[in-house]
Design a protein around this ligand. Structure first.
Ligand code: HEC
Ligand code: HEC
Length: 228
């Protein structure tokens, strides 16, 4: 690694600088500990996803996530249709690495079943699926306040229309089942969902169950629209 023409003090200095640089996150990656780019996540993100192959690989997932990845209105299984490929890849590889707990799913989605290329293929397939507006919605309480809170605290990440942000790994929340949105927000607040963005956790940590219920309801009512 070191060229012999370098003097040792110069090498030591270069090494110290290199280490300091390595510890300074590049500006494109604001929360490295939350979303470090390495291993199979990086491989899947860099792979060219093939939606046709993804449709076949997704068959094993359909028993829970249902045909067309529409999920279930009772919130037990999320809708994956129309979710950003980057988000799907992060969530799936987080589960495989133990950063997000999902003991029900793991046997069907672990390394002996699918590899990084399959993950890229499935993500390409899911991201392009249509998002019909027939998902579960909430009881309609406290929506006016929830809208204000959403626009002040959540929209700069999840988007005014709930469209999320593919580049930043922020999930799309429009078109998602109310009960799933409610459970996930509570799990992130309580730390049960362990892989969440720390800034998101800060925003939800003071919220009551009632306000989370209304926020989830608001998100479930955002108009479903094409992502790109
Ligand atoms: C045995 C049922 C089951 C199977 C099979 C299954 N999943 Fe899941 N999956 C779940 C459950 C339950 C959740 C929600 C976990 C939670 O509430 O945090 C989930 C969540 C996810 C999420 C996170 C969604 C989000 O919005 O964060 C992704 C991505 C996902 N599954 C992909 C897949 C893929 C791809 C397959 C097939 C290789 C698959 N799942 C197979 C049960 C399953
Ligand atoms: C700093 C950006 C940011 C803010 C602010 C933020 N979130 Fe999030 N949110 C995220 C990220 C990133 C995830 C995915 C977390 C992960 O990596 O597991 C997420 C996940 C979620 C999920 C789960 C979605 C899914 O498909 O699994 C819900 C629901 C949610 N956020 C609701 C909210 C609400 C409600 C607010 C405001 C009170 C909010 N978020 C504020 C970034 C943010």
């Amino acid at each position: 690694m070191f060229r012999t023409t370098h003097s040792w003090p110069a090498c030591a200095l270069a090494l110290a600088c290199a280490l300091a640089l390595a510890q300074t996150p590049p500006p494109s990656e604001p929360e490295p500990q939350w979303n470090t780019m390495q291993g199979e996540k990086l491989q899947a993100l860099q792979a060219q996803g093939d939606a046709a192959r993804g449709a076949i690989a997704f068959e094993i997932c359909q028993g829970c996530h249902r045909a067309q990845a529409l999920g279930r209105p009772d919130g037990s299984y999320p809708r994956l249709a129309g979710q950003h490929a980057t988000v799907l890849i992060k969530q799936l590889t987080d589960v495989r690495a133990g950063r997000r707990l999902n003991t029900k799913m793991l046997p069907f989605a672990d390394r002996h079943v699918i590899g990084p290329q399959d993950i890229a293929d499935i993500a390409a397939y899911l991201a392009a699926l249509p998002v019909p507006p027939d998902h579960g919605r909430g009881p309609g309480r406290g929506l006016a306040q929830a809208r204000k809170t959403y626009e002040a605290e959540c929209a700069h990440c999840h988007g005014n229309a709930g469209e999320g942000d593919a580049q930043r790994f922020y999930p799309r929340v429009s078109g998602q089942h109310y009960k799933y949105l409610r459970r996930e927000t509570i799990d992130i607040r309580d730390g049960t969902r362990t892989n969440a963005n720390p800034r998101m956790r800060d925003v939800v940590k003071g919220l009551s169950n009632e306000s989370i219920e209304a926020l989830a309801d608001h998100m479930s009512r955002l108009p479903v629209q094409a992502l790109r």
